[in-house]
Ligand binder design. Sequence first.
Ligand code: NAP
Ligand code: MG
Length: 400
Amino acid sequence: MAKIQMTTPLVEMDGDEMTRIIWQMIKDELLNPFIDLKTEYYDLGLKYRDETGDQVTIDSANAANRLGVAVKCATITPNDARVKEYNLKEMYKSPNGTIRAIMDGTVFRAPIIVKGVESYVSGWEKPITIARHAYGDVYKNTEFKVPGAGKAEIVFTGEDGKEVRQTIFDFKGSGVIQGMHNLDSSIESFARSCFNYALSIRQDLWFASKDTISKIYDGDFRDIFQRIFDEEFKDKFEAAGITYFYTLIDDAVARVMKSKGGFIWACKNYDGDVMSDMLASASGSLAMMTSVLVSPDGKYEYEAAHGTVMRHYYKHLEGEETSTNSVATIFAWSGALRKRGELDGLQDLMDFADRLEKATIDTIENGEMTKDLALITTIENPKVLNTGDFIKAVRKRLEA
Ligand code: NAP
Ligand code: MG
């Protein structure tokens, strides 16, 4: 059988621990036998990040901006323990944070839905994708305890020396105070990433905030979304048959719970933090969440939402059998291959991505799965496979 050809390489960002092992297995079993795989390879494993003083992470993000589509393996974010374990020269920042900053991107997360691993919300038939704004608000706040009676003010001093001053509160006793900000440029990028991604997957976009209470701050978010939609995306949405819908966050939550799914929900930073955890736990398993970083001008980086599964890796190193779920990492590859095929007009590459996802889902729905899913499935007598055998079972279906 002739292998499927590619024209433009994918940016391949290799990673750490158990997911690095899975990464190689997926390439060996599910990709290389079927595709003449072209990638520009960057080793984001912690050892090589340390050797290059983290330059490799920056290079890989620039490559993603240049080539347009990347696929990333989970990576270790160093902490004190990791600095010791890997004898690091410094405590490098999170690679995801570095890449997100260089691509100026927004992260979209969605569960992979299979029959037999049911959502706790029985009405959700299709995945709900959450987009979280990743800049500012309470995550870049200034706050302190007010010791006792006194006047709290908020002051802005312009470059021209002009002051804007407002009283926050006349304290009669002790309390707390907080100041926070956001940037129109960041909100605009967030909005463009959301509108582009909605077009890319042809789903409606919802956005919500608390603009009834926070009339100026949240009102700014609402107005920027509306302006960018009207100026740049309205016609494209109409042509694609999708809609943009703004509502109050309380109303959005109520509607989401009663919905059938199948849309993108754009959230402010804090809402996205909370709601993505809600969505992930309602969907059953962290190992079944996909994640894609989308830049405002439509560059994509696909990955799994989970980490490097360290505990399994140490078992693996001790020669013990592991049953680590590779589904989200497989979907990171299929997502990237499909997008590459779409951009380069390669129908057979897009079809392969569909077949790979179907083979993966069919394997689980026919009762063959890793331990994490076997523990929660409604399928009777599931067959628990180890890490490698699950990937081999998917290959069997892919070949069939
Ligand atoms: P984790 O790798 O997501 O794993 C946490 C636990 O969740 C695992 O021990 C396992 O539970 C379960 N789990 C997660 N993914 C699984 C899978 N594919 N198959 C089966 N079970 C799975 O999080 P962590 O252990 O807190 O973090 C490990 C490293 O990952 C850290 O160094 C962190 O910095 C990094 N991290 C990277 C990313 C990223 O690159 N995007 C994201 C998060 C964390 P059981 O042990 O109970 O089986
Ligand atoms: Mg959270």
